[in-house]
Design a protein around this ligand. Structure first.
Ligand code: GKR
Ligand code: MG
Length: 449
């Protein structure tokens, strides 16, 4: 019998990249014309390549580069102990006050995202190739399903012509109906229903989430009612990112029990109480399942959220919790009668593919996963771009992530990144074209000033 020896990791590259976005509206403002991400590429001594993608910007980039000495030279199959060494070496940044994103302060997102989960993804991709196993079979108790349901993430979109000197792309000559629509203004109830209809034709979604925190809560609930009328069979959710006061959230959501499948982060910290306490009071008053990606973003916050019974559905983004961590979370939630799902931010196809692997391993019946990728579809960095059909993404029948990086497109996305004036997400810049001197306020929808 020949003895198995794991290949060694010979190189780790960290490549910052950027892609184009629409003028999507959210509590934190209007998305800029571009978004940034960081890629991790690992090479091993047997010629395999592993890939991971995560949050953009210099802080995450530099944290990843600092990990290189802890990764290169180690055996691929030591991936768990490599991650352990990275955790032991991690230091808290002086700017991290531990607040997390319970008020959606996007400057703090880089502390909630842990850069090492991009390394974990690339390691699992490599380990899967070395062992001949899919990534979802390496996680938790292995694959629970071969395809994963996703939701259609609906956004109000502002008129990019109002920010004419910002380089939003124009896809009006695309042959694809959705690509033509997604860069144009969509602010009325009818336009959001048309957005959902187009997405349903294109990707087959049966579940929709509206990004709220833009107009008054009552206007957004009218959009939700219009969606339910147009799609009576669909799951409809709304996420105002904690913009509503407790009293407002209760009054907006009472009576919506037959319309909303769940409500995500309806309210947040107020009058000296934390988001966890306020959401627990909301749950006492309204009987709609409550989801979060804001008040439970690590195990300590999760402990308090559970003790207070503040949430039913934890959208445990693998870039907050890790891939193994999010699957562990799904197992706990399932055992306790709660539900697992995943949050997202703007991302390329690598993240979509990786999150689907976690979704395939998640225990219980996951909520359809969030993805922003429909807004980026076509700018793919993989040779095997994902195909969402009937609202589902199939897990590739190949080891690791089961995909192949397209290095030409990665180089192009890196050139775009290097040409940008800044690399951190900034939703105030475009917003100030709509409302002069606009400033973020966690308690005011972005167009309510
Ligand atoms: O992309 O504007 C956005 C979202 O608002 C994002 O920043 C949130 O983190 O989608 C996310 C959420 O579910 O809270
Ligand atoms: Mg959310």
């Amino acid at each position: 019998m020949t003895e198995f020896t794991s290949p060694l990791i010979t190189a780790m590259e960290v490549i910052p990249v950027a892609g184009y976005d629409s003028m999507l509206m959210t509590l934190s403002g209007a998305h800029a014309p571009w978004f940034t991400r960081n890629l991790v590429i690992l090479h091993d001594s047997d010629g395999h390549t592993g890939i991971g993608e995560i949050h953009g910007g210099e802080y995450t980039h530099d944290s990843l580069e600092a990990c290189i000495p802890l990764v290169v030279g180690r055996k691929v199959t030591e991936y768990r102990s490599i991650l352990g060494a990275i955790h032991r070496a991690a230091k808290k940044d002086a700017g991290d006050d531990g607040e997390g994103i319970q008020t959606l302060d996007i400057s703090k997102l880089k502390y909630v995202v842990k850069s090492e989960w991009a390394i974990e993804c690339a390691l699992l991709d490599l380990a899967g190739q070395v062992l001949g196993m899919r990534m979802c079979d390496l996680l938790g108790e292995g694959a629970q399903r071969d395809s994963v349901e996703l939701l259609g993430y609906l956004f109000y979109v502002s008129d990019r012509h109002k920010a004419a000197d910002l380089p939003y792309i124009d896809e009006s000559d695309s042959s694809d109906e959705w690509f033509r629509m997604r860069r144009e203004k969509m602010l009325t109830h009818e336009e959001i229903v048309a957005q959902a209809a187009c997405l349903q034709r294109r990707y087959g979604f049966r579940s929709f989430k509206l990004k709220g925190g833009v107009f008054s809560g009552s206007y957004e609930m009218d959009t939700v009612r219009a969606l339910k009328k147009a799609f009576p069979e669909a799951r409809i959710n709304i996420d105002p990112n904690g913009a509503w006061s407790l009293a407002e959230a209760v009054s907006l959501c009472r009576g919506m029990e037959h319309i909303l499948t769940y409500i995500e982060d309806p309210c947040g910290p107020e009058t000296g109480f934390s988001g966890r306490e306020i959401m627990a009071e909301f749950k006492n008053a309204v009987h709609i399942p409550v989801a979060t990606n804001m008040i439970a973003t690590d195990w300590r916050q999760f402990y308090h959220s559970l003790a207070l019974k503040s949430v039913d559905i934890v959208l445990a983004d693998p870039h907050f919790w890790g891939f193994e961590g999010t699957v562990k979370m799904s197992q706990l939630l399932h055992d306790w009668g709660l539900t697992w799902g995943s949050h997202s931010n703007n991302h390329f196809d690598i993240t979509l593919t990786a999150f689907a692997q976690a979704g395939a391993s998640a225990a219980g019946e996951p909520a359809p996963l969030d993805t922003h990728w429909i807004w980026q579809d076509g700018q793919n960095l993989l040779k095997d771009a994902p195909v969402i059909k009937d609202g589902y993404l199939r897990i590739p029948d190949a080891p690791g992530l089961g995909v192949h990086p397209d290095f030409d497109r990665i180089a192009e996305a890196n050139r775009l990144y290097n040409s940008l004036p800044y690399h951190d997400r900034n939703d105030a810049l475009a917003m100030q074209y709509l409302i002069k001197d606009w400033k973020y306020d966690a308690k005011k929808p972005c167009l309510v000033r």
